[in-house]
Design a protein. Structure first.
Length: 177
């Protein structure tokens, strides 16, 4: 069984080691002991917020609007699971319960989810994965102006692929700058 790391905040920054260091320093100064670094790769940093991740997200977004802080996006994470479609569907089912009656949604998938077949992991096509994930949400789909976005981002943590699942308002996925 794959061990899934604990994190509840994704910070995406401009590429480069200097930008990585600026962002790490800015977040440490801003949130101090309320946040713990978990992992980073390319231009993505994973954190574990000890407070509500949405409160931390708003604080980091405000900081990211300052000149010289190269933050692109800050995304709170509701659940982390294995990047296998069954585990992702189960996590989405739980998170999607928070979508109010009468609201619409869409699924946004970044990365590739796997399916176990005959003991091997096989990558699903994005369209197949989105279709299967959407089956777990008992609300109408609206691809152009949804009330909610079920955001699934597949992340490699070392040799492990995990899926970060978030229930967001569409504006929460926009670039900060």
């Amino acid at each position: 069984m794959v061990e899934v790391p604990e994190f509840n905040l994704i910070v995406v920054h401009e590429p480069g080691i200097e930008n990585y260091l600026k962002v790490r320093n800015a977040i440490k100064q801003l949130l101090g002991p309320r946040i713990a670094y978990v992992y980073s790769y390319q231009s993505v940093i994973l954190y574990k917020c000890l407070d509500d991740p949405r409160v931390c997200t708003e604080a980091v977004r405000s900081c990211g609007r300052s000149p010289g802080i190269p933050i692109i996006k800050v995304i709170p994470v509701d659940r982390v699971s294995r990047a296998e479609i069954g585990a992702v569907r189960e996590a989405v089912r739980e998170v999607a319960r928070r979508i109010p009656e009468g609201s619409t949604f869409r699924v946004t998938l970044q990365g590739h989810v796997d399916r176990e077949e005959s003991g091997y992991l096989v990558e699903l096509s994005s369209s197949e994965a989105v279709r299967e994930i959407a089956e777990e949400v008992d609300r109408p789909v609206n691809l152009t102006k949804p009330d909610w976005v079920v955001y699934v981002r597949v992340i490699k943590v070392g040799f492990t692929k995990v899926a970060a699942i978030s229930l967001l308002k569409p504006e929460e996925l926009r670039r900060i700058q």
